[in-house]
Write a protein that binds this ligand. Structure first.
Ligand code: DGY
Length: 321
């Protein structure tokens, strides 16, 4: 019986179905990730691994699993924690979950944009503290969404889904992308510009790039300083795309009005981190894809692709084949 190690429990019935198909499915039962030494021990002899974005999936881990490891199915679209080259060298297939989480992530990005701009969390805290004594014309004013210009950095599936939501709010869409996207451009009346121009023109900037050496700290002090006075930054991509110190500085000294972050650097963000002390920073704990249906579908995707590889078929969502 081939063994599959899963580094966290998954929603839905996908893992039961793997068991019914005859696999020995060994699931790490705790909420926190397995400590590295335990992980290296538990993967030994596995034919397949289902991994999460917090797991460092490198050559050491692959070698600890041993020569029987055929497939790593990552329960995420992002693969920045996986050494794809090491997998390729070892003939290990790597799959992931593109597409299925596009809308859930775009929904959350838009929710963060609205919450940060219109001070939803600040307002809620204000009420909870018992400070709501009266209606006042100058209470908790924030930038308007309707008619604003939004800059989408990275115009892939999620960036475009986010832009569709922005269009629903009658926003003007600017985007950056390595290649022009004429169809999406036409459908969304979007304008492709260089990053510097986008930063100078956008009232809201939403990040949708994968984390790569080129996008690491893409939003550094210099770029943050180029943003429009009163702008709002939203990040649902990867925390390391933004320089956290520089972000704090841009919030405290300008030009930023607010930030909505589902991903942070460091991640997880400690409760006493200065970012959380800033009234106009809204932080969620990396839950972009955390729709009920989406997370179940992600589980089905990893399980199907993992089975495909173990049964000699071609997986549908391979990053390394
Ligand atoms: C991903 O898929 O990369 C998200 O960050 C988590 O779902």
């Amino acid at each position: 019986m081939e063994r599959v190690f899963v580094t966290r429990s998954l929603p839905g019935t996908a893992l039961d179905e793997l068991r019914q198909a005859g696999y020995q499915v060994d699931v790490w039962p705790e909420f926190l990730a397995p400590p590295r030494a335990v992980l290296l021990e538990r993967v030994r002899g596995a034919a397949g691994l289902i991994t999460m974005l917090e797991d460092r999936v490198d050559a050491e881990l692959m070698d600890a699993a041993g020569p029987g490891l055929k497939v790593i199915a990552q329960y995420a679209v992002g693969l920045d924690n996986v050494d794809l080259e090491a997998a390729r060298e070892r003939g290990i297939v790597v799959t992931h979950t593109p597409g299925v989480l596009t809308d859930a992530t775009a929904d959350l990005a838009f929710a963060l944009l609205a919450a940060a701009a219109r001070r939803v969390v600040e307002g809620h805290d204000y009420v909870r503290r018992g400070e709501w004594k009266t209606w006042h014309p100058e209470l908790l004013l924030g930038p308007e969404l309707h008619g604003a210009t939004v800059g989408v950095v990275g115009f892939g599936r999620i960036g475009q889904a986010f832009a569709r939501r922005a269009r629903g709010f009658e926003m003007k869409v600017l985007y950056t992308s390595r290649r022009p996207k004429p169809e999406a451009e036409a459908a969304l009346a979007a304008e492709r510009v260089e990053l510097d121009e986008l930063l100078a023109r956008a009232d809201f900037v939403s990040l949708h790039t994968p984390l790569t050496p080129e996008t690491h700290r893409l939003m550094n002090a210099e770029r943050l300083a180029r943003m429009k006075e009163g702008a709002v930054l939203v990040n649902t991509a990867r925390g390391k795309v933004v320089d956290t110190e520089a972000l704090l500085d841009a919030l405290e000294r300008g030009p930023l009005f607010a930030a909505g972050l589902d991903v942070t650097d460091p991640e997880p963000l400690p409760a006493d981190h200065p970012l959380l002390g800033h009234p106009r920073v809204v932080v969620t704990p990396h839950i972009g894809s955390a729709g009920l249906r989406t997370r179940r579908r992600m589980a089905e995707m990893v399980a199907h692709d993992l089975r495909a590889v173990l049964e000699g078929r071609t997986p549908k969502h391979a990053a390394v084949l």
